[in-house]
Unconditional design. Sequence first.
Length: 182
Amino acid sequence: MSHGVQGQPQSNPPTSTLAIVALVLSFVCMPIGLILAIVALVRINKSNGALGGKTLAIIALVMNLVLVPMCGGVLAAISIPNFVKFQCRSKQSEAKANLKSLYVAQEMFRGENNSYASDLTQLQFKPQGQTIRYDYVLVEGSATGFRAEARGKADMAGDLWSISNANDLQNVESKCGGAERP
């Protein structure tokens, strides 16, 4: 502290530095910005100080309490549907992989028996995966061709994949919104 003209201590006028830091940190790190905004308001109020500093501290508080959560909500509204679609498509990979495996098993069976299998037990086919989300059905099997389907169950109900002796894997009905490309 410096001494004024009459020898009395003169205090420095309160600055809005703390409020400015709180405002900047409200963009970067919400909890720290919130704490600094409160501290800035308390210090500025105690020193009967700067209207600009008080305004900045109030703006930092409002941003932390209102705008930051709103931005988080907007980001969640954008990202959650995309995540759900991504998760659904990753579950579809089970059907794609198992139908391709079934196709290979059918071709091996045809090589040995000159006919495609008419039943999955003839192929000794067991779907692979930790959680089996599809029922695998051999819809048609003859000397000249076959068609098999993967029918979604539980959380994948309504999803339908198909493969034939032409090795044409198709997503007949998609639960993930829009037809999925194999």
